[in-house]
Design a protein around this ligand. Structure first.
Ligand SMILES: N[C@@H](CCC(=O)N[C@@H](CS)C(=O)NCC(=O)O)C(=O)O
Length: 212
């Protein structure tokens, strides 16, 4: 039977990784389409018809023909459709959403932008790098404190909030952040990595398109 979902992404993309990870943890096989960003495929009329923002990830649900965009919104869709990772109650679901907004507000820019600069893909001047270093350390410090005495960000089990934030924290080292002072984050990272269905970006996001 063919897979219900097709993920359009690129192997270097953190947001694509979070979607692939959510599908994998939810036990949903997915076809994968490599989008060549360097060649501008994300701005082609064909791709823009799927995602008006002209970015990856994009998730196609072949059961209804929907094309979903914005990784955090896609995670919510996956939680809705699979009944997994969405939190046990409405309160948990709301709290998970709050964490995802926080992630994109405070954590994503320092880590993803510093990473792009370190990889030589988008150079930044020293002042901007220093600003992101300070902002990233503040966000990681807050996350570490918030995880004190808890296994997961929300409730008693892993939710899409954990996946969304893990998909950023995963790249902290490549972005130049030292995670060793953050014991609670490190313990949480280990818990995420031991979830059934967990995969590294290289396992979940190949360099070429592939069927499930
Ligand atoms: N907020 C978006 C961010 C997506 C994003 O930044 N995608 C990047 C790759 S990681 C992209 O497609 N860049 C190419 C472009 O913007 O043209 C999400 O969570 O999906």
């Amino acid at each position: 039977m063919s897979a219900r979902y097709t993920l359009h992404g690129i192997f270097l993309s953190g947001p694509s990784y979070t979607v692939a990870l959510a599908l994998s943890l939810a036990g949903e096989p997915f076809d994968y389409v490599h989008v060549n960003l360097r060649a501008g495929e994300q701005k082609s009329p064909e791709f823009l018809a799927k995602n008006r923002f002209g970015q990856v990830p994009c998730l196609t649900d072949k059961a209804n023909g929907r094309n979903l965009c914005q990784s955090a919104a896609i995670l919510e869709y996956i939680a809705d459709k699979t009944g997994k990772l969405g939190g046990a109650t409405l309160e948990e679901r709301i709290a998970a959403r709050e964490w995802m907004f926080w992630c994109w507000d405070k954590l994503v820019a320092p880590i993803y932008r510093s990473r792009m600069a370190k990889l030589g893909l988008r150079p930044l001047d020293e002042a901007t790098l220093a600003m992101y270093a300070a902002d990233g350390a503040a966000a990681l410090g807050f996350l570490d404190k918030s995880l004190a005495g808890r296994d997961w960000l929300v409730g008693e089990g892993a939710t899409i909030a954990d996946i969304d934030l893990y998909g950023v924290v995963h790249y902290a080292g490549e972005a130049g952040f030292d995670l060793s002072p953050y014991g609670n984050i490190n313990a949480w990272v280990a818990r995420v990595r031991s979830l059934p269905g967990f995969g590294e970006p290289a396992q979940l996001l190949p360099a070429e398109s592939r069927a499930a």
